[in-house]
Design a protein around this ligand. Sequence first.
Ligand code: NAD
Length: 342
Amino acid sequence: MRIGLAGVGRIGAFHASTLAGLDAVDEVVVADLVPGLAEKVAADQGLSAAPDIEALLRSGIDGLVIATATPGHAPLLRQALAAGIPAFCEKPVAATLDETIALAELAEGSGTPVHIGFQRRFDAGYRRARGAVEAGELGTVHAIRALTHDQEPPHAAYVPTSGGIFRDCSVHDFDIVRFVTGREVETVYATGENKGADFFAAAGDVDTAAALLTLDDGTLVTATSTRYSGGGHDVRMEVMGSAASLAVGLDDSLALRSAEDGVTFPAGPPHASFMQRFLAAYRAELTAFCDVAAGRTPSPCTVHDALQAFRVAEACELSRAQRRLVSMFEIPDAPALTKALR
Ligand SMILES: NC(=O)c1ccc[n+]([C@@H]2O[C@H](COP(=O)([O-])OP(=O)(O)OC[C@H]3O[C@@H](n4cnc5c(N)ncnc54)[C@H](O)[C@@H]3O)[C@@H](O)[C@H]2O)c1
């Protein structure tokens, strides 16, 4: 198959090389807004380049991967849907809740599949946790601890358009909590602080945040995110049940050192980036997208799923701003769609 890819920045160039290595992909065609960038990445990786997005969409591609900066996602998704081209779109689907709701409804009614890039759904550990919860191996789940701790902050220019730490970073935890538990969030209390670079506060953002989520079955979830985890890229989940507890990401690459005498675990170096931590998951999600684009499987992560995670992030921003508990009923949804999917 021929896969088009829009946006060859940090994650886009990485996705391009992953796609080029997949058995199902015969050709990857890339495009970017910055003149010459797509040509350079194409030359470096042995891919094809299109002069612009319009040419890319007209070039007979079987699927489009959208990996541009966030403001490009919604317009490109609309173009792909209008052309009937199956799309893989990086999170977030759009910069605002209203646009995300509009796109969820548009995608649902279009008949063209859209797969949103929450790669943790393809990570072996998170999948194992979901299976264990589903099979009742942990008994009744009472508490979950989820965390996304980046080793170092993104570049300063990324922050003002990122949507803030909850929509950019914790949103992965919000999605994977839904995936692992099969439950929805009912209420949220969230807060955040800045002790790092000034550009976070200048953008109205925080460099470290914590959210307490109550799920609709009474499970309590704490989700923390920070841009300053100097000990290594640290993404984990602990699921605590009445019969057993399970940890995702508890291996020799754990970015923690024990304070206890004589403990040598973890033995290996920690992950240095999200690309390293989720290498296999990124490959698995793009393999899955090829199946979606070929019509073999339905989307494993729909715009509706992304909307629900985004709504939780929206509730967290509201909670942080107003320093109060926020009910998910306060956050607009796509009512017709939600009803239809349940
Ligand atoms: N799933 C994940 O783990 C993950 C990780 C990192 C980033 N992301 C998401 O991926 C997106 C890109 O992040 P990044 O870190 O690669 O950003 P980046 O700034 O490094 O790269 C963005 C690229 O998109 C290009 N671009 C912008 N608008 C465009 C348009 N309309 N058409 C074509 N090209 C366009 C820019 O020129 C740039 O090359 C963000 O939305 C981010 O949230 C997801």
